[in-house]
Design a protein around this ligand. Structure first.
Ligand code: GTP
Length: 350
């Protein structure tokens, strides 16, 4: 990396739940670029699954679980970065992956905090968009629009799952919302990482008072409402770009009644029973991920649910020692007790 700015560059990775952020992160880390990365992953549930899915043991991975980094764990992010800097671990580049529910703008403001702005610089905000679920009303929350508006680079991912016509429609919609961003089309985040890193797109944003992107002037709420085809500008003051003030803790998740249920167990699942449970998951559950112990399998089963599409593939073998399933389900108005009881009924306990 050739730059006169000695501060640690930070790329903020955002995008809806299940859009492909971790897949893109792994793509970045696996590239043969010789850069020593630090990674901070923020997950919504109490359990961190991503931590196990981020490749590369050399990377310094810090997990911020149990909250959304744009609200409740913002202080934790500040602490995590401060600790990474203090460790003098030789990190040359930091990638922060937010939860799919985070508004990236208050997170971006964290890097302008007086404790950090002399040591780190926000390089760019990358927003991953899920072409297959772009119009899914549950996955596309108000925050999805925030993420599009804040993105310097928009990666339209999962284009393998949609028709060309649908792709064009989505591109038009995204272009209307944020005409300033660069748009890249990807499958499994497969893109030349030089298009993503060390772009220095936030030069000049030094204090939270002056924060803005230099990919375009901040839009006022009326302009945004017009572009986004919204009925009233009044409710969308928060849609202004980085100049928007941070939201109050937890507010957007509470308002949307989104919560998660985490399930851990040291008993194996019965394959058939678990299959029936997953098949019958109600539609208000729109994201799931887990590393599961299935009776008779020596490998961990990696489960992903995004919208109405789920995959279960054999992952790496279980490490030595006791096996423990970790599963997180995210949805709207979840019946926690019922879900936990149903999962428990899928276990083989003797
Ligand atoms: N078909 C297809 N699947 C993809 C693509 N990109 C990612 N996936 C799959 O989508 C699922 C979710 O991907 P992740 O990378 O975990 O998504 P994420 O944005 O990190 O998810 P959260 O952290 O929960 O917000 C996984 O099963 C991926 O293998 C793609 O381009 N095409």
């Amino acid at each position: 990396m050739e730059t006169h700015d000695k501060r640690l560059p930070v790329t903020l990775l955002t995008g809806a739940l299940g859009s492909g952020k971790t897949t893109l992160l792994n793509r970045i880390l696996q590239e043969n670029h010789g850069i020593k990365f630090g990674v901070i992953v923020n997950e919504f549930g109490e359990l961190s699954i991503d931590h196990h899915l981020v490749v590369g043991t050399d990377e310094q991975v810090v997990e911020l679980a149990n909250g959304c980094v744009c609200c409740t764990v913002r202080e934790d992010l500040l602490d995590a970065i401060t600790r990474l800097l203090e460790r003098k671990s030789g990190i040359e580049y930091l990638v922060v992956e937010t939860t799919g529910l985070a508004d990236p703008r208050p997170v971006a403001q964290t890097f302008l905090h007086e404790e950090l702005c002399d040591d780190v610089r926000l390089d760019a905000i990358l927003t991953v968009l899920d072409a297959a679920n772009f119009h899914d009303n549950l996955l596309r929350t108000g925050t999805t629009i925030d993420q599009i508006l804040a993105g310097d680079i928009l990666l339209l991912n999962k284009i393998d799952l949609v028709s060309e016509r649908m792709r064009d429609e989505i591109k038009e919609e995204i272009g209307d919302l944020n005409p300033y961003a660069r748009l890249l089309e990807t499958v499994n985040g497969d893109v030349d990482v030089r298009l993503l890193l060390d772009l220095d797109l936030h030069r000049g944003a030094t204090t939270s008072a002056t924060a803005t992107t230099d990919t375009g002037a901040a839009l006022n709420p009326d302009e945004i409402a017009e572009l986004a085809d919204l009925d009233s500008a009044g409710d969308f003051v928060s849609l202004a770009r980085l100049s928007a003030s941070a939201k109050t803790a937890g507010s957007h998740l509470d308002r949307e009644e989104i919560s998660s249920v985490s399930f851990t167990t040291t008993y194996p699942f019965d394959y058939e029973r678990l299959g029936e449970f997953l098949e019958a998951l109600p539609r208000n559950i729109f994201r799931g991920k887990g590393l599961l112990w299935i009776e008779g399998y020596e490998q961990q089963l990696l489960f992903h649910l995004v919208g109405d599409r789920s995959t279960a593939v054999l992952h790496t073998p279980w490490p030595e020692g006791p096996r423990e399933t970790k599963l997180v389900l995210i949805g709207q108005r979840l019946n926690r007790e019922e879900l936990l009881a149903q999962l428990d009924a899928c276990l083989l306990k003797n």
